[in-house]
Design a protein around this ligand. Structure first.
Ligand SMILES: [Zn+2]
Length: 107
């Protein structure tokens, strides 16, 4: 009689085994959620709360400009969409614009 072995077997049966299939499924689920979020558009947004000045004064705009200086080289990307604060000019780009900016940054 080996009671210890029997106990161990019962414990094993009670544990949910995480299979590679389960991990794959979870990864797919995460990817789908991420994709869904990245397609989110800010179009039509009005009076959103500004993260910088905390006024409800951010509106959707399609004429936003992103400019940055990298290694001494200036870069300007215009006609980006997102939201802009009327009070402090804080800008939040939407997913589409972030993709465009990312593309330029990787060059
Ligand atoms: Zn602001």
């Amino acid at each position: 009689m080996k009671p210890d072995n029997k106990k161990a077997k019962i414990l094993m049966e009670g544990v949910t085994t995480i299979t590679p299939e389960m991990i794959k499924k979870a990864n797919r689920e995460m990817a789908r959620r991420y994709t869904g979020r990245s397609e989110y558009s800010l179009k039509g947004v009005k009076n959103a709360v500004c993260p910088a000045c905390e006024n409800a004064s951010m509106d959707y705009a399609e004429n936003l400009v992103f400019d940055i200086t990298l290694a001494g080289m200036g870069m300007v990307i215009s006609n980006l969409s997102g939201i802009r604060c009327r009070k402090c000019a804080e800008i939040s780009f939407d997913a589409k614009s972030i993709k465009i900016i990312d593309k330029y940054m990787m060059v």
